[in-house]
Design a binder for this molecule. Structure first.
Ligand code: SF4
Length: 287
């Protein structure tokens, strides 16, 4: 075996299974080769920080009226052409300003926020894909729990099952995207449906984790009643009480198609309600 071959390391976090050599960065632009291993180079590198309402994550049935110190880094393992946060999700470390915030410092900042505003109940990992640096989600979660704070995950869920096993015990609430219900649609987004389904099943089985799911409806791509029915029927087998957010798309990044008609979002939500009692619409006025 040559020296070059022995230097190559496998990541194993998500279905892309990048094999990286010295100096190489993974498809997500967040993990890279370091000392013979693939490490989360984006660990603790924060590009965005804001105090958001729980409802904005979105979480409809968990601690209503409370706030979360929400943080994001850079990079993503998916390439959804409609990405709303492409300015941080589709770039690497040299393309966007970031600052180092250790897990301990983030928890300290959240405690200070809670002292100023008692509605602050924890931290949300969001904006870009948090699980490509799952070690930060774990480390923050452990310290947050020690300080009486919640640890919330907003993720595409497209990771291997062992990653979900690692973070599930330290996540109090999660919203996982279920972008569509065909492998074709997930290929278009650069992901894998089966991995996302596995993530949803695993988190739903974690008693201490409140789980909600979001489906963004993109016109002409995943907006058929038949696909929504299948998606809802499958979710009902996982947890009949689960909350599904059916959400309106707006043109962004590579997509110029017009926004999803409001009536389509409501109609698809009605389809989902035929099998799930807890369906809410997003980005549209309630009827
Ligand atoms: S997490 Fe990143 S480096 Fe690892 S397999 Fe996925 S895309 Fe590749």
């Amino acid at each position: 075996m040559s020296g070059l071959e022995t230097a190559v390391a496998a990541c194993g976090i998500c279905p892309h299974d990048c094999k990286l050599g010295p100096g190489q960065i993974g498809r997500c632009k967040a993990r890279g080769w370091l000392n013979g291993r693939v490490e989360a180079l984006s660990y603790g590198r924060i590009t965005s920080m804001a105090i958001d309402p729980v409802e904005k994550k979105p979480l409809a049935r968990w601690m209503p009226g409370r706030m979360l110190l929400s943080v994001g880094s850079y990079g993503c393992n998916l390439r959804c052409p409609f990405c709303q946060n492409y300015g941080i999700s589709q770039v690497g470390e040299g393309d966007v300003p970031w600052r180092e915030v250790s897990a301990r410092d983030l928890v300290e900042l959240t405690i200070e926020s809670r002292e100023r505003d008692p509605r602050v109940v924890g931290i949300a990992h969001t904006y870009n894909e948090p699980l490509i640096a799952w070690e930060y989600v774990r480390d923050v979660g452990l310290l947050a729990h020690g300080a009486g704070l919640a640890n919330v995950l907003v993720s595409n869920g497209c990771v291997q099952s062992w990653v979900v096993d690692e973070i599930a015990p330290v996540v109090d609430a999660a919203n996982i995207d279920l972008k569509g219900f065909t492998e074709d649609y997930y290929r278009w987004c650069g992901g894998e449906l089966s991995a996302v389904k596995g993530c949803i099943e695993r988190l739903a089985a974690e008693d201490a984790c409140h789980l909600e799911v979001t489906c963004l409806v993109v016109p002409g791509k995943n907006d058929s009643a038949a696909e929504m029915r299948k998606l809802a029927e499958w979710l009902a087998t996982v947890d009949p009480g689960i909350t599904l957010h059916v959400t309106r798309y707006f043109p962004r990044w590579k997509m110029s198609a017009g926004a999803t008609p409001v009536s389509v979002v409501h109609n698809l939500a009605d389809v989902a309600r035929e099998v799930l009692p807890n369906v809410v619409v997003g980005n549209v006025p309630r009827r």
